[in-house]
Write a new protein. Structure first.
Length: 340
């Protein structure tokens, strides 16, 4: 059975392999062992912390195949971004000017460097092994994060945001970065992305211009990718849009990829989720024909999510299979959260 659990330090080798598979553009998953160990230590600390408000916690989780013990995917929630180091975005606004003498109107996009999402919750680090991109595993990996928002709302700030990877050329270069960021930092896109992941964002605060940037002054190659997602991110973006996320007029400062956002109470999975005690645990075959649900054990210390058949009787009783109950480490009478 496929399930989601908090990442551990002994997942390091698997996560490094995933970093190599994702390539450049996912700064939250650098191919660097020391950075991964720091992130895993922070995640373990966050799950053990029992935070009552967002304070920069990282909840990094992996998808595991219980038949092989292989890590086949990743997903994460970053609570309270920008509280320990600045979280930068470009806000795209429209500037309109008109001259009566020339009978001419100009309408231009302007990029403003902002920290508007300070304290927000970011979802990200979504990856699924190509051999497991089937049977709804991608939807499970994406939507499982929202069930965690349901289980522990006090831990997460608003809004919920997601930075989508921006467009790159065949060589992995970002046109947006090449014609803008490189001018100020003297670094290639991959090097800047890696430095941001490993060293933090202070160099951005030191060197990025604070004045508005007129997009029309950029070459067409850079203008045309502003707010456009990478082809590999398009499926993830569609899933988020089905949940209620919308483009908010913000883009990533490195590659110009779009940032989408939604208030947690407006996320479809959060709205549709229920919480109730398990009434009965039965043989897997007895409920194999029942609708699959994403189910959490609501236990932050041993957090688990499965996607498995769940029978909801007309009386509201919940019946779950033995395998799912074992992975979740639950017994009859324990509370679960679930969504079809």
């Amino acid at each position: 059975m496929i399930f989601i659990r908090p990442a551990r330090k002994d997942d390091l080798d698997s996560l490094l392999a995933i970093s190599d598979a994702t390539g450049s553009g996912m700064s939250s998953m650098p191919s660097d062992a020391s950075s991964w160990m720091s992130k895993l230590a922070k995640s373990e600390e966050s799950f053990a912390k029992h935070a009552q408000k967002p304070e920069g916690e990282i909840y990094f989780m992996v998808m595991e195949d219980s038949d092989t013990d292989a890590v086949v995917g990743t997903t994460a929630i970053y609570a309270g971004v920008g509280l320990d180091q600045p979280f930068f975005s470009y806000k795209v606004s429209t500037l309109v000017s008109f001259s009566k003498e020339l009978n001419k109107k100009n309408q231009m996009d302007v990029l403003h460097l902002v920290n508007d999402f300070t304290g927000a919750t970011e979802i990200g680090s979504l990856f699924l092994d190509k051999d497991y991109r089937k049977d709804g595993n991608g939807r499970f990996l994406s939507r499982g994060r929202f069930l965690m928002l349901t289980d522990f709302p006090e831990k997460f700030g608003e809004p919920i945001i997601a930075e989508m990877r921006g467009q790159q050329d065949e060589e992995g270069h970002s046109p947006f970065w090449e014609h803008l960021g490189r001018k100020f930092f003297g670094l290639g896109f991959e090097n800047a992305d890696f430095m941001s992941a490993v060293k933090g964002n202070q160099f951005i605060a030191d060197l990025m211009p604070r004045h508005p940037i007129y997009a029309d002054l950029l070459p067409a190659a850079a203008r045309n990718v502003i707010g456009k997602p990478h082809a590999a991110s398009a499926p993830a973006l569609r899933l988020l849009e089905k949940e209620g996320f919308r483009n908010s007029g913000y883009v990533d400062i490195f590659d110009g990829g779009p940032t989408v956002q939604c208030q947690s109470q407006n996320i479809k999975t959060v709205r549709d989720a229920n919480t109730a005690p398990i009434s009965q645990i039965t043989a897997d075959d007895d409920i194999a024909s029942q609708p699959h649900h994403i189910i959490s054990n609501r236990a932050i210390d041993t957090y688990r999510l499965v996607c498995a058949p769940l029978k909801v009787t007309t009386k509201g009783d919940l019946i779950i299979g033995k395998t799912a109950a074992h992975i979740l480490d639950i017994s009859a009478g324990d509370l679960i959260s679930y969504v079809e």
